[in-house]
Design a protein around this ligand. Structure first.
Ligand code: ADP
Ligand code: MG
Ligand code: MG
Length: 192
């Protein structure tokens, strides 16, 4: 199925409120294996996304580009450029190729991988993005599956980002970026 601009607007509005509701939780996850700011970082980004959603935008590609700029300019940290790259690449794909949802998310996952140089299994947001893209392509994405991908990050040892400094001690904690990505895709499911 193609993602419409109307669906994307509803998706990102719902994502924004979900992140705002879970700011403290995301900070706590990041306190355990990082520097405690993932909720604060994402809150700055989604607040800018709410501003973007109040403006009138001509098409899906432009919306995705403005969302990318919100992540890049407001979030900071490791996650800002990674989410920003994902949405910028999705914006370009929506303009030049297609707005097929599975293709867009696969493009976003590839952007995260290119920018962050992580592999699946490195305990990052990619551990949610990549299997979500695959499940969407198979038309088999469910809420339960997304949570399974998130929960699988708990037993992994981090190989990228701040959590990797902890080596074995990173095991036993959910990855914060995987949690925010879980919210991204849970809210996506509610609009499609
Ligand atoms: P910072 O670590 O700079 O404080 P955040 O706390 O906002 O940034 O984001 C941390 C999250 O970023 C991690 O939980 C992880 O999901 C993600 N991340 C970090 N480095 C990478 C990477 N190289 N590739 C993919 N995701 C990464
Ligand atoms: Mg952090
Ligand atoms: Mg930080």
């Amino acid at each position: 199925m193609e993602l419409t601009q109307t669906q994307a607007q509803a998706w990102l509005a719902s994502f924004a409120t979900t992140i705002l509701d879970h700011k403290a939780e995301l900070n706590e996850l990041d306190t355990a294996i990082g520097d405690g700011d993932h909720g604060t970082n994402m809150t700055r980004g989604v607040t800018q996304i709410q501003t973007v959603l109040q403006t009138s935008l001509p098409d899906l590609s432009t919306l995705l580009k403005q969302v990318a700029f919100a992540f890049i300019s407001k979030v900071g940290g490791a996650s800002g450029p990674l989410y920003g790259t994902a949405f910028l690449d999705m914006s370009n794909a929506a303009k030049q190729q297609s707005a097929e949802l599975a293709d867009l998310i696969q493009t976003g996952a590839a952007g995260i991988q290119r920018r962050g140089q992580a592999q699946v299994g490195d305990k990052t947001m990619l551990d949610v993005w990549q299997p979500v893209a695959q499940a969407l392509a198979a038309n088999q994405l469910t809420s339960q599956k997304i949570d399974t991908y998130l929960q699988a990050t708990r037993d992994l040892v981090a190989k990228k980002g701040r959590a990797s400094y902890l080596e074995e001690r990173s095991r036993g904690h959910l990855d914060p970026g995987a949690q925010s990505s879980d919210y991204l895709f849970q809210t996506l499911l509610t609009v499609i």
